[in-house]
Design a protein around this ligand. Structure first.
Ligand SMILES: [Zn+2]
Length: 553
């Protein structure tokens, strides 16, 4: 290989990586709703301040940020209405117990989002599957049999008319007053925007909020590249609708972009082919060229509102969700660096304190953690998209195994690339051993979190594979884990090769075999993770945020 770059520069090349969908964090499983009340437990969320130095921005830009926070506060209120009901502040004030009040604010209602939505306030009862998006007394059957053109629409409430019949009320009608104020704030912010494109986006978004037609603003957003300040705003995710998964709920995520990395992108745009050439597989498995229809950048979040601010907080976003926009423009991936750091410091490090061997604990650090995440994303853009034996696309051939294999490939190949670039002398700032031990800690943390979803399964498979090959070693006396630096690189290369070839071959049966043999958390590991549970380490983070944290008050 003939290139020279810093870690930050490598990270920049991510933007051209073609990204298969990374499993977002697995949602909490909603099984049958047990009606036993649980105790409020605000301590499961570690507080983290969304502070930033806005000194580099002009007065106008700071004023714009303040307006966008004001807009986000309206979004927060709309989400409350969608998930629970009106007048949340009045309701919160009526809760006597401090813990319960705080936990209710964190959960946007009286149900514990990280414990199967169980109620923690007496008399709350079960959370309606349709939240406040459908009438509470409506059954699934009634909705399915009702004549309601556009009933699967993302942007309407289901309500009853005076005769008790189901009707659809578009969001822009139901929330007309709030949305009018919101749109006005976005337009005022647009007047202050230094990027003309961002100003246009804000205006298009204001119109979208008032009409429930988001496609034009989504399309336009994909081409807005020169803005340092960005905002994701609108009814986007549909997870709150546990009844049908149709209806979007409002959220807002206000972010600051790292322009340094974006500027390096142009220089590094041609790096993916070189990385592709270095893949540890026979030539026929690396003849396809990585795509380039997605971009990836790192951001710091300065404000979360609405559905973005509940439960397990995202460390990355992939948008927009609109299939047609994705077909035309690809997707954009946002890595939320300060959210990652928050989780690293408050959750992953304490897990490492319990489970990583004393002699290697110093290798677990944030730079390594961030790099692993980054290279995982790059790795999604490498390998093959089509099988090499005429079985069609990898995704079609591997069916329900496709995501697990793809996530596993990205994990293993990401670590492999760190080695390749280090050996080429390109990653002086980054210690490979740090990356390997941090990857071990991250795997333990992820498995402790529950092996849900494709990413969870991929973690278990990799962990077991590396234990079997002697790359991850458990000390029987301390019950702690370490990396065998003599063996880890062969293990990484072996797993990366196996998964890359499995994809190229479209070997569905082998994927099933791999996950059934290696995808099981052993009793030994379960017992070790139990020691973490005893430490009461937070499960996720909650944000202290607003004007005061940004020096805007
Ligand atoms: Zn991924």
């Amino acid at each position: 290989m003939n290139f020279r770059m810093t870690l930050a520069a490598v990270v920049a090349c991510l933007a051209i990586a073609q990204l298969a969908g990374c499993g977002a964090e697995a949602p909490t499983q909603d099984t049958v709703e047990p009606l036993t009340d649980v105790a409020p437990r605000p301590e499961i969320y570690a507080g983290f301040a969304l502070a930033a130095d806005l000194g580099i921005y002009t007065d106008g830009q700071r004023e714009m940020i303040a307006l966008l926070i004001e807009a986000s506060e309206i979004i927060d209120d709309l989400f409350w209405q969608q998930t629970w009901g009106p007048n949340p502040s009045q309701w919160l004030a009526s809760i006597d117990d401090d813990d319960a009040r705080l936990f209710a604010a964190q959960n946007y209602g009286p149900w514990d989002r990280l414990d199967r939505q169980r109620p923690f306030i007496e008399g709350a009862g079960a959370k309606p599957l349709g939240a406040n998006l459908y009438p509470a007394d409506m059954t699934r059957e009634e909705f399915e049999f009702a004549y309601l053109p556009g009933k699967a629409d993302r942007y309407s409430l289901v309500r009853r008319n005076a005769r008790g019949e189901l009707i659809l009320v578009p969001y822009h009608v139901a929330y007309a007053q709030e949305l009018k104020a919101l749109a006005q704030l976005l337009r005022s912010a647009a007047d202050l925007a230094e990027s003309a494109d961002f100003a246009t986006y804000l205006k298009l978004r204001a119109s979208a909020l008032l009409s429930d037609n988001y496609q034009l603003s989504d399309l336009f957003w994909m081409d807005v590249k020169d803005n340092e300040i960005d905002i994701i705003i609108g009814p986007i995710e549909t997870g709150e609708d546990r009844l049908f998964g149709y209806r979007g709920v409002y959220e807002s995520v206000l972010v600051l972009k790292d322009l340094d990395w974006s500027a390096r992108l142009a220089i590094l745009a041609d790096m993916l082919p070189e990385l592709q050439a270095e893949l540890p597989v026979p030539a026929e498995y690396k003849q396809q060229f990585p795509g380039s229809d997605a971009d990836l950048n790192a951001y710091d979040v300065i404000y979360y509102a609405g559905s973005g601010n509940v439960g397990v907080k995202a460390m990355e976003l992939s948008l927009p969700n609109d299939d047609q926009v994705q077909l035309q423009k690809g997707a954009r991936r946002l890595l939320l660096r300060n959210a990652m750091r928050a989780k690293f410091e408050t959750i992953l490090e304490p897990v490492a304190d319990v489970l990583i061997d004393d002699t290697q604990r110093q290798h677990v650090n944030f730079d390594a953690f961030f790099s692993i995440k980054m290279f995982h994303e790059v790795a999604h853009g490498l390998g093959v998209q089509d099988t090499i034996n005429g079985k069609g696309t990898v995704r079609d051939a591997l069916r329900d195994m496709a995501s697990t294999v793809e996530e596993g490939k990205a994990d293993a190949l990401g670590l492999y690339m760190i080695r390749v670039l280090s050996e080429a002398g390109e990653l002086d700032e980054l210690d490979r051993q740090d990356c390997y031990v941090t990857a071990l800690a991250a795997a333990l943390h992820a498995i402790r979190d529950g092996a849900g979803g494709a990413q969870g399964m991929a973690n278990v498979v990799r962990f077991n594979d590396f234990v079997d090959s002697g790359a991850f070693v458990r000390d029987p006396d301390s019950g702690r884990y370490r990396v065998d630096f003599e063996r880890i690189e062969a293990a990484i290369e072996g797993l990366a090769r196996r998964l890359l070839m499995l994809q190229g071959d479209g070997a569905y049966e082998e994927a099933v075999r791999l996950t059934s043999v290696r995808g099981v958390v052993s009793a030994q590991l379960r017992a070790d993770l139990e020691r973490v549970a005893e430490k009461n380490i937070p499960i996720d983070i909650t944000f202290n945020q607003g004007l005061a944290y940004l020096g805007l008050e």
